[in-house]
Design a protein. Structure first.
Length: 256
């Protein structure tokens, strides 16, 4: 083969190799950019969504606080049936699952059910409007949380009991089901202990603790509980996945 032919072949191979290298670099750059964009999208969605949930919970607390100061509910000369019908109408108007009124000893004035063991009752009786962790309803045996506030007696302003509204977990599932980053993405919420409390797979609720899983999952959840927003990678069912997280204020440490 003549020298000119050899040079042409070498030159052609050089061009092909160069194009392959450029194509590889371009592909890697595209993948990197796409991954960076996805990470940004996941973090922004987690932060925005947690803020929206926090605002919703704050509005719930405000409603409970106002209802606890209602003259009928706090009236010393109002019969219990009137008080219960009033608080149940509030629940209906604001879309809560149910409502109840507890006396100073933690007993429901509606049917005598004892709630004195509930932490939200104790905190509200001490003057703090609060949102409980996920609990099983004593009436329906379904998961949900309560928004509790002190009841102030009409006239002297003494705390005479507690009003609470109940929100079933299905309501929160409706909210997080609308949080979408990509086709296969989904959202869930863990509490201050790392336990799953809202998830599309209800078998996970109060059964799966992410801190106990260790690794990046544990670190991410603990970082979220500490009040930080971030993103991590983890392996799930043999596949690498990205998980963004953000704290939910107006709670005791929930993380989305």
């Amino acid at each position: 083969m003549k020298l000119r032919g050899k040079i042409q072949i070498i030159f052609s191979l050089t061009i092909i190799v160069s194009l392959l290298v450029l194509g590889f670099i371009s592909y890697n750059s595209s993948v990197t950019i796409a991954r960076d964009d996805m990470e940004t999208s996941i973090q922004n969605t987690a932060k925005l969504s947690s803020g929206q949930i926090s605002a919703l919970l704050e509005s719930y607390k405000h409603i409970a606080t106002v209802v606890g100061k209602d003259d009928i509910i706090g009236g010393t000369d109002v019969d219990n049936a009137k008080k219960i019908s009033t608080v149940e109408q509030y629940a209906k108007d604001y879309g809560f699952t149910s409502a109840n009124i507890l006396d100073a000893s933690g007993v429901s004035i509606k049917d005598g059910t004892d709630f004195s063991d509930r932490e939200y009752y104790k905190r509200a009786l001490n003057g703090e409007t609060n949102i409980s962790g996920i609990t099983l309803s004593k009436y329906t045996n379904t998961y949900g949380f309560s928004i509790a506030a002190p009841i102030y007696a009409k006239g002297n302003g003494d705390i005479t009991g507690v009003i609470y509204f109940r929100v079933d977990i299905d309501f929160m599932l409706d909210i997080i089901s609308n949080i979408i980053v990509s086709k296969n993405s989904y959202a869930f919420i863990v509490d201050e202990n790392g336990t799953v409390i809202v998830h599309e797979d209800q078998a996970q609720i109060c059964e799966n603790n992410l801190i106990e899983q260790g690794g990046n999952t544990k670190a991410a959840v603990e970082d979220g509980i500490a009040g930080n927003t971030g993103i991590t990678t983890l392996t799930w069912n043999g596949m690498e996945q990205m998980m963004g997280y953000a704290p939910i204020s107006n709670t005791d440490g929930w993380v989305l």
